[in-house]
Design a protein. Structure first.
Length: 94
């Protein structure tokens, strides 16, 4: 059976890149740097709520829709969720 194309997702946004320390998402709204916001991430069906600090927010140049790339740092991702995310990312990096 083929593994899922995107084993990690976030509710309400599209992930561009993810690590055990944070992620870069696309958003239709700008988010102020240093804002703290909550996300719900899903890693291979396992859901975790995590607080994040916005590190940066930049407009995406080109395209028809107004989009922003937003870099966030995980503030309180539980250790077991970070370990699970790390394992999934290693498995899908091969």
């Amino acid at each position: 059976m083929e593994p899922p194309a995107n084993p990690v997702s976030v509710v309400g946004a599209r992930i561009v890149d993810v690590s055990p320390f944070g992620m870069r998402i696309e958003s239709r709204v700008a988010i102020s740097p240093d804002s703290v916001i909550a996300f719900r991430i899903v890693v291979e069906g396992r859901t975790t709520d995590v607080g994040c600090r916005v590190a940066n927010c930049r407009p995406v140049v080109g395209g028809e829709q107004r989009l922003f790339t937003v870099g966030v740092e995980f503030l309180d991702l539980p250790d077991d969720a970070a370990d699970h995310l790390r394992e999934v990312l290693q498995r899908h990096a091969r």
